[in-house]
Design a protein around this ligand. Structure first.
Ligand code: OGA
Ligand code: NI
Length: 359
């Protein structure tokens, strides 16, 4: 894919811009008025995404059923929820945060050694999408593939410091486990066999990626976004939000609800692949990130994706005469090319899968 060989413009690190102390942001980061953070965000939205206590899954049958029900309701009503009592050790969470804080505070020359390109996106990046002249987001990131092992080896996992690697590997193992549990919960909640979603994802050969987002301070946060509105292309996302600074907003009708992360919680959302597999019983929900003038923000998004080379289509049990098949099959390799070329564009991709729908 030739257009994915290199970036269309010279890459500018947002962190370097921010550190330069400029008072006005370059035009490239200024969003059209309708997309600016204040729009649809000044109302009385006091609601917040549901919080689910996952400990219930290990208790008696009644508590387990109630927990599955809570996940089902959260997926249908919000597409987002927080999980507490999720089993991932607070010590590991603290370490993985520290490791990435340290990375983004390395001298710029050291970080540049990990600069990414649009072919794999792996490494240190500052944009998603290769369209020349696109409006850019106010954030840098580090992206890497964690699963399957074969991909990791093939792409020569960027040579991170070994302390970092070990922690990241440990974190990835724990989060993959948590996703495995959530996949079972989602399966049951959709009336499927417990392993059915995981099987549809390719069993043991699922994919996983990590995107560590670093949003530097911004002198004009009202004009820009840290991450434009998008739905996640993959299966499940587990976000470790910043422990001090808010910024994630979730679409709720015409409003944007700012998520208030609970200490120690993860934020979970379903991506486009779950929307496709569930034949839109569950929908991926748009979200975006706002930045602020006072504080930088760090978040870790762990993406649990289907095996990349198998076709993903609505599971047959969820296709009925009353609810015909809404999406045509597509592999995740093909699906993710869209965002890799065009950048985050709301829910346009999954909608386009529908427009060209099945006969
Ligand atoms: C993402 C994402 C939210 C955040 O990386 O896909 O939505 O709070 N991140 O950084
Ligand atoms: Ni996202």
């Amino acid at each position: 894919m030739d257009c994915l060989k290199e970036w269309p413009e010279q890459v500018v690190r947002v962190q370097a811009l921010s550190d330069s102390g400029l008072m006005t942001i370059p035009d490239l980061y200024v969003r059209p008025p309708a997309e600016r953070p204040s729009v649809g965000n000044g109302g009385d939205v006091t609601s917040d995404i549901p919080v689910i206590e996952l400990g219930g899954l290990a208790e008696g049958a009644a508590a387990c059923r109630a927990t599955i029900r809570a996940v089902a309701d959260a997926c249908s009503e919000w597409g987002f929820f927080q999980v507490v009592n999720h089993g991932v050790s607070p010590d590991l969470v603290a370490r993985v945060r520290e490791v990435w804080q340290a990375f983004f505070h390395l001298p710029m020359e050291e970080k540049q050694a990990y600069a990414n390109d649009p072919k794999t996106y792996e490494g240190y990046g500052s944009r998603v999408g290769v369209e020349k002249g696109a409006i850019l987001d106010w954030g840098d990131y580090f992206f890497l593939h964690l699963l399957p092992e074969s991909i990791k080896n093939q792409n020569k996992w960027p040579a991170l410091p070994s302390s970092c690697r070990e922690t990241v590997q440990e974190y990835a193992d724990e989060l993959a486990k948590l996703c495995g549990t959530l996949m079972k919960v989602l399966s049951i909640s959709l009336g499927l066999d417990v392993e059915q979603l995981q099987t549809a994802f390719g069993g043991d050969a699922v994919g996983a990626c990590l995107r560590v987002n670093y949003y530097p301070r911004c002198p004009q946060p009202e004009l820009t976004l840290g991450l434009s509105a998008h739905s996640d292309p993959g299966g499940l996302t587990i976000l470790l939000a910043d422990d001090c600074v808010n910024g994630l907003q979730v679409r709720r009708g015409d409003d944007w609800v700012t998520v208030q992360p609970i200490p120690g919680a993860f934020i979970v959302n379903v991506g486009d692949q779950i929307q496709v597999l569930s034949n839109a019983m569950y929908r991926s929900v748009e979200h975006r990130v706002v930045v602020n003038a006072a504080q930088e923000r760090l978040s870790l998004a762990f993406f649990y994706n289907p095996r990349s080379d198998i076709a993903i289509a609505p599971v047959s049990k969820l296709v009925t005469p009353e609810r015909p098949q809404l999406y045509r099959p597509m592999t995740f390799d093909e699906y993710r090319l869209y965002i890799r070329k065009k950048g985050p564009k709301g829910k346009s991709q999954v909608e386009s899968l529908k427009a060209q729908s099945v006969n």
